[in-house]
Ligand binder design. Structure first.
Ligand code: SAM
Length: 394
């Protein structure tokens, strides 16, 4: 190995040599020459998609599976090292290709055509998606027909297209779309019938309007059908959800009472065999969780609560055997301060941002907690977006 060998891939996706030089689209084992060119090594693969690297959906398709898995682990390890923390890192769980069941695409009318896809890397330009190796086939299959529908509805603006694979089929939500009149209504109905769409919702600027939903749309979590509000948060793949749920079941094993903070639709609340208190800031998600738990007669107690403005106090946390926390990307600094001081036996922390996790973990460790294990999770395959689950004990 020489000084120009790429040793690792940095958080943003560039390869880094032993002497600290960065190179775009370089895999570990590649060689970076003085003129800036690369010779490919054993971990460089031919990117499977024609849109790589233009499309912002993937940054790391040039890494083989081994190098991508190493990136996922390294991302977690280096975030921890940045806070002078070390932990037992488990082997990463990486979702297979073609499994993303939730995605936000962007649509725009341009030059008489409809562009529909992810935005380009570091740009607002839309990459018109002609193939995709991360979306579940049902999501990709609707892309071309949706272009046709938007064209026929005279879509002239730019909007987001939220796609989610629900129990009944595909849930589609398009923002900045107006569809007035009988012709538009018939076009939407015909489109949904032909393509087996479960729900079609538009937001023309006056709130959500559901234009098609022959049966109430649900998502099954913990074996329970949960009413699915349009464009709700959902773990990006079933494999990712399974990995995170298994980690939280293991982390909280034996706990009789659990607080699930940032509970969403109840991914964890409905899957944990305990009395669960679920706190969440999105009213529609919490109402869905409450309805599902009520129907199944599960001991889940919900509270609509802004956990940034009003985190659980130490006294509130002390009532539980275990705490599960799964905050947004920013992490949960104030809540972590209270957790650091609480008497619960165990904390299960799920994170979509290793950096904010490491900062919160530092607070917990300074408060006398110890990291038992960390499970890296790669739900957003080939992207630099890494998730994890961790267990803290005293
Ligand atoms: C990463 S998601 C996790 C959801 C759920 N645990 C799951 O796995 O499906 C984060 C959740 O935090 C909620 N959230 C965001 N800001 C919040 C706040 N200030 N207070 C409470 N919940 C908030 C979001 O609505 C979202 O449901």
């Amino acid at each position: 190995m020489t000084s120009d060998t790429i040793l690792r891939v940095a958080a943003r996706g560039d390869g880094v040599t032993a002497d600290g030089r960065h190179a775009a689209f370089a895999a570990p084992g590649d060689s970076l020459h003085a003129d800036g060119t690369l010779s490919h090594g054993p971990h460089h693969q031919t990117p499977p998609c024609r849109h790589f690297p233009e499309c912002g959906g993937c940054q790391l398709q040039h890494l083989d599976d081994e190098a991508y898995a190493a990136f996922v682990t390294d991302r977690v390890a280096s975030a921890l090292a940045g806070q002078e923390l070390a932990a037992d890192l488990r082997a990463p769980l990486v979702s297979p290709p073609d499994t993303r069941r939730r995605a936000t695409l962007h649509a725009e009318a341009k030059g008489g055509r409809i562009l529909l896809g992810f935005t380009a890397e570091k740009s607002h330009a839309i990459v018109d998606l002609r193939e995709c190796h991360v979306l579940a086939p049902a999501l990709f299959a609707i892309v071309a027909p949706l272009r046709g529908l938007l064209q026929s509805l005279g879509f002239r603006r730019r909007g987001d297209v939220h796609l989610t694979l629900a129990d009944q089929g595909l849930d589609v939500m398009v923002s900045n779309l107006t569809a007035d009149g009988l012709d538009a209504a018939e076009a939407i109905t015909a489109f949904c019938e032909r393509h087996g769409v479960a729900r079609f919702t538009i937001d023309g600027g006056y709130g959500l309007e559901t234009r098609w939903e022959p049966r109430p749309v649900t998502i099954t979590l913990g074996g329970q059908p949960v009413p699915l509000p349009p464009a709700s948060f959902l773990q990006a793949t079933q494999e990712g959800e399974d990995a995170l749920v298994a980690a939280m079941r293991e982390a909280t094993q034996g706990a009789g009472t659990i607080a699930d903070l940032f509970a969403g639709l109840g991914t964890f609340s409905l899957a944990l065999p305990a009395r669960v208190y679920a706190a969440e800031g999105a009213r529609d998600a919490l109402a869905a969780l409450k309805a599902a738990a009520g129907r199944a007669q599960l001991p889940v107690f919900t509270e609509h609560r802004d956990l940034y403005r009003r985190p659980l106090t130490v006294a509130e946390l002390d009532r539980f055997d275990a705490i599960v926390i799964d905050p947004p990307r920013a992490g949960a600094r104030d809540q972590a301060e209270a957790l650091a001081a609480c008497q619960a036996k165990v904390i299960g922390y799920v994170s979509c941002n290793p950096s904010s996790f490491a900062r919160d973990a530092r607070l917990l460790v300074d408060g006398g907690w110890r990291i038992d294990w960390v499970q890296p999770v790669g739900q957003f395959r080939w992207s630099t977006h890494v998730e994890l689950a961790a267990r803290f004990v005293r």
